[in-house]
Ligand binder design. Structure first.
Ligand code: ZN
Length: 102
């Protein structure tokens, strides 16, 4: 399968299995998570490696390297700009396999 230039950025190829659904989840910068989690949960977003699960059937949205911090869909502030992490939108519109609904 050819790599997609739209969603597999060179600087961001780290992947880790989701602790719940075991699908491969791409890494995401912790500063990108802070604005979308609920206010009282922001303090749990530490400087760490975080991953985002794109599986729409999975409750996990973000989890950290040690898998001791896990944000579920109910922990996400839907009022925030969720476009970046929305499970209902494909990340890029190039139509490559990697982007289709995970
Ligand atoms: Zn998952």
């Amino acid at each position: 399968m050819a790599a997609c230039g739209g969603c597999n950025k060179k600087s961001n190829t780290q992947k880790k299995k989701c602790p719940l659904c075991k699908k491969l989840s791409g890494s995401i910068h912790y500063m990108a998570i802070r604005p979308v989690v609920k206010e009282d949960l922001e303090k749990f977003v530490q400087k760490d490696n975080y991953y985002i699960c794109n599986n729409a059937d999975c409750d996990v949205v973000f989890f950290n390297e040690g898998e001791d911090i896990i944000f579920l869909t109910r922990d996400i502030n839907m009022a925030a700009n969720f476009q970046e992490v929305s499970k209902n939108h494909t990340k890029c519109n190039k139509g490559c396999e990697d982007c289709k609904g995970g």
